[in-house]
Design a protein around this ligand. Structure first.
Ligand SMILES: Nc1nc2c(ncn2[C@@H]2O[C@H](COP(=O)(O)OP(=O)(O)OP(=O)(O)O)[C@@H](O)[C@H]2O)c(=O)[nH]1
Length: 854
């Protein structure tokens, strides 16, 4: 198919069948010849409709001048305009079906053509002008629009800049306000830390790469605005925080920032760590400038799970501190007690004082008898009262000189006092029965006296007895380095009889002689100091302590600190039960008015006022509590424990809190319980003291998992309630024997039962039968004892135990039997084991678990 288009038939066309007509405006007509097969063709009239184009602002075109140009290409239309006059299109050939001109005269045709062309040119020129005008207007409009946009953008930018400037000014002001006081402070302390870095000061100063690292993240502008607009609780608090930031916090921040800048690791500071007797892990970490978590980790490595709040003893703390590379200085926190004891006296103030004597010796050698005999024969004359009272000590008078006897026989009391740092005794009387001579406790007594540096006087007792052999005593004492005078030594000895009262005076004289040698002196004109001999809770009188004044004079009204307790002396009662106005050195006296019951062996001192008394006792009570807790926790945390943990892991303990009516009974109980202990189990006395059971005892028992034992004392209401709440058992006793028996039973319960094995018999395997579905069965003969079903069996090959287990079957012929006696044959099969061989021996045994007792 091909297209042909006539170019000159645009305005005027004459079709063969139609008359001359003007073409519809906006349409373009042409003919297209279509070719078909077999040489056929067909002319088709094609009318192209022109779209009318108008620009905004254009005047509507008059209908009479329709546009013949396509508006899309006004420029392209121009050549058409140019071409039109000089190249008039040739007349189209007359074809069948094509367009032909009407028959007009040539002149007319020419004139019409010119007229048409002239009008065409004008039309084109007008159109061109209109188009140019429209273009210009559009361009103007476009330029103005651009200008408007540009100015709007500039204005927006300017506004943004101004806003940013205002914002940064505001921030700078705020920062300056915040830093002003700090800068002032730091300027006086350490300007290096605070001053901004100056360049050109010798050392090159690196600019902070990312200053934001050290600064808290600033909120974005939007957030800031929002926050500023609305005051929330958070905002208010955070502002408060910023204001309340401490100087050291700022300094830490500064240092952290510096480190971050220089990429420096934290400098390890070696410190001298001051260690009190007990310390919490947290406190220790602080003193070492370490993190508590690191200390806890250290303990974990040692197999100890401890919390930062846990208390450890000084030994453990020292180990930790040294591990962390610090040095340690151990201090006693007893500075608070400074000046309480051992106030030096001027020599001219000292006056002779009576000796204090303790009687020691083996059981039944007559200590009590001797004390009683001396007491009854030599009461201090001229004193009030007269009814002998056992207050723990008494005084006798001989030749105008007084002698104080401590009325607690035996070395246990003596050592208990020494254990608390009190040395009450000046002279030890070693009682040795002349008929029994030196016995184990005699030797122990000698050791204790020697360790305390106390001179001994040997009282050879029971000389009235027919089998008495004083000389044997003397010579046996030689072996224990006690050289009596008659044997060439310096130790004084007296032969006495307590029951007959023989030589008691001589004994007293010897004591005085020894005292003279010792030249015992004290200053009576000062505040009293001494030691508690016995203390108890008296039903009517409250806490009562028998004290021995060692120096100074004790008077009613004095404020006394004794151990963990204090009190104002309400009354002083002597060993005859009479109230006295003063107690000079070496006088034993009962003190009434204490707030609590101190312990035997506690030292006492008179202080100036109640405040000081309270301060000291509060400190001591706290110390005692901490020690008790540390002792408990320290069972895990103490140095020795940490090292020998594995060795002692098998030991079972029965922790106890013991409260008794008097110190003596508590010590007796403690000693008895101590004796019960074995390598496997033992009673651990967490705390023992005189007095009723209180809430603090319950809490101590709770922390240490202990049971509470009350010996002749009861728990108060609060303690009972606390114990009930904590599920702690309180047991009351009035007989030591019962108490010890119960503890023994409890300890026995802690002993793991013993596995006892009994041999029953042996059987030799003669043949092995492999039975389908049943497995291997050993045909045996019982060679020794018997074999039992259900008993334990061992398979022994060449005297080596191959297998140990139980029997699956025990058959005699075809029957299952309970036992097979010696000499008979039987079939045996092991449970889950089949590797049996001819010649093996099956050993049969019974296992019993036997409960053990102490
Ligand atoms: N013949 C005689 N018997 C005495 C003498 N002294 C004590 N006894 C007797 O010895 C026994 C024990 O006397 P204690 O005074 O109880 O002895 P102890 O050393 O106090 O005994 P413990 O308190 O158990 O350590 C009593 O039966 C006394 O009567 C003495 O000088 N001569």
């Amino acid at each position: 198919m091909n297209d042909t288009k006539s170019g000159d038939d645009k305005t005027l066309s004459v079709t063969p069948k139609k008359t001359l007509t003007l073409k519809r405006p906006g349409t373009e007509q042409g003919t297209v010849r279509q070719s078909f097969s077999h040489g056929r063709t067909k002319a088709v009239v094609v009318e192209t409709k022109k779209r009318k184009f108008s620009l905004p602002g254009d005047k509507p075109e008059p209908a009479a001048a329709p546009s013949v140009f396509t508006p899309k290409a006004p420029v392209a239309a121009a050549p058409v305009v140019q071409e039109a006059p000089k190249a008039p299109p040739p007349l189209p050939p007359v074809e069948r079906g094509g367009m032909v001109l009407n028959e007009l005269s040539r002149n007319e045709m020419e004139a019409r053509r010119r007229a048409l062309e002239g009008s065409k040119v004008r039309d084109v020129e007008d159109r061109q002008r209109a188009i140019d005008e429209a273009k210009r207007r559009a361009e103007d409009e476009e330029r103005r629009r651009r200008e408007r946009e540009e100015s709007a953008r500039r204005q927006a930018e300017e506004e943004a800049r101004l806003q940013a400037e205002a914002e940064s000014r505001r921030r700078a002001e705020e920062e300056a306000r915040r830093r002003a006081p700090l800068a002032a402070e730091l300027a006086t302390v350490d300007d290096e830390d605070v001053k901004p870095k100056r360049t050109g000061a010798g050392a090159p100063v690196r600019r902070p790469v990312t200053p934001e690292v050290a600064r808290p993240a600033k909120p974005t502008k939007g957030e800031e605005d929002r926050r500023r607009g609305k005051l929330t609780l958070n905002a208010a608090l955070s502002d408060e925080d910023a204001r309340a930031r401490s100087l050291s916090s700022m300094r830490r921040r500064q240092e952290k920032f510096k480190r971050a800048l220089h990429n420096e690791p934290r400098e390890k500071v070696m410190r001298e760590v001051i260690l009190p007797e007990t310390i919490t892990i947290q406190e220790l970490a602080q003193r070492m400038s370490e993190r508590a978590v690191d200390v806890v980790k250290f303990f974990m490595k040692q197999g100890q799970i401890l919390k930062p709040g846990d208390v450890i003893d000084a030994d453990t703390a020292e180990l930790v501190a040294t591990e962390f590379g610090h040095t340690v200085r151990r201090v006693a926190e007893s500075d608070i007690e400074e000046g309480l004891f051992n106030i030096a006296d001027r020599p001219e103030d000292l006056e002779p004082r009576p000796p204090v004597v303790t009687i020691m010796g083996h059981v039944d050698h007559g200590k009590t008898s001797l004390l009683d005999a001396i007491r009854n024969a030599n009461v201090v004359s001229g004193e009030a009262g007269g009814i002998t009272q056992h207050i723990g000590a008494y005084q006798v008078e001989k030749n105008g000189h007084k002698i104080t006897f401590i009325d607690t026989p035996g070395h246990a009391a003596f050592t208990a006092m020494r254990a608390r740092g009190a040395q009450a005794t000046d002279i030890a009387i070693l009682v040795v029965a002349a008929d029994d001579s030196v016995m184990p406790q005699t030797i122990e007594s000698i050791s204790h006296a020697k360790a305390a540096g106390v001179p001994i006087i040997v009282a050879i007792n029971k000389i009235d007895k027919h089998d008495a052999d004083p000389q044997k005593v003397r010579s046996e004492l030689l072996r224990h380095e006690v050289f009596v005078e008659s044997m060439g030594g310096e130790v004084l000895d007296v032969e006495v009889s307590a029951t007959k009262g023989t030589n008691l005076d001589k004994l007293l004289e010897t004591i005085l002689l020894q005292a003279e040698i010792l030249d015992l002196k004290a200053n009576p004109d000062r505040t009293a100091e001494g030691v508690v001999i016995e203390a108890q809770l008296d039903k009517g009188r409250g806490p009562v302590a028998t004290v021995l004044v060692q120096t100074g004079t004790l008077m009613p009204g004095d404020i006394l600190v004794a151990g963990n307790e204090w009190g104002r002396v309400r009354a002083l009662v002597n060993d005859r039960g009479g109230q006295i106005k003063e107690a000079p050195p070496a006088m034993p006296v009962e003190v009434l008015g204490l707030q609590g019951t101190p312990q035997a062996g506690d030292r006492f001192a008179v202080v100036n006022n109640e405040a000081r008394a309270r301060e000291i006792t509060e400190y001591r009570q706290r110390l005692a509590r901490e020690k008790a807790v540390a002792k408990h926790a320290g069972q895990r945390g103490s140095l020795e424990q940490m090292m020998s943990q594995l060795q002692t892991s098998g030991l079972k303990e029965f922790p106890l809190v013991i409260k008794g009516d008097v110190q003596g009974s508590i010590e007796a109980i403690s000693a008895a319980l101590d004796k019960l202990g074995t390598d496997e189990v033992r009673a651990r006395i967490v705390h023992a003291g005189a007095g009723g059971i209180t809430e603090s005892d319950v809490s101590l028992a709770e922390t240490s998992g202990a049971a509470i034992i009350g010996f002749n004392v009861r728990a108060n209401v609060q303690a009972r309630a606390a114990a009930a709440a904590a599920g702690i058992e309180i047991r009351y006793y009035s007989i030591i024997y019962n108490l010890v028996d119960d503890v023994k039973a409890a300890l026995s319960g802690l002993l793991s039962p013993e596995r006892r094995e009994t041999f029953i018999g042996n059987a030799e395997i003669l043949e092995i039968f492999d039975i389908t579905k049943v497995g291997k069965i050993a045909g045996c003969r019982v060679t020794e004892g018997k074999v039992e079903r259900g008993a334990g069996v061992r398979l022994i090959r060449d005297n080596v135990v191959i297998h140990e287990g139980t029997l699956k079957t025990l058959k005699r012929f075809k029957d299952e039997v309970a036992e097979v006696p010696g000499g008979q044959e039987c079939g045996m099969a092991f449970q889950n084991y089949e590797d049996m061989r001819v010649g093996d021996v099956i050993e049969c045994f019974r296992v019993e678990m036997v409960t053990r007792t102490l």
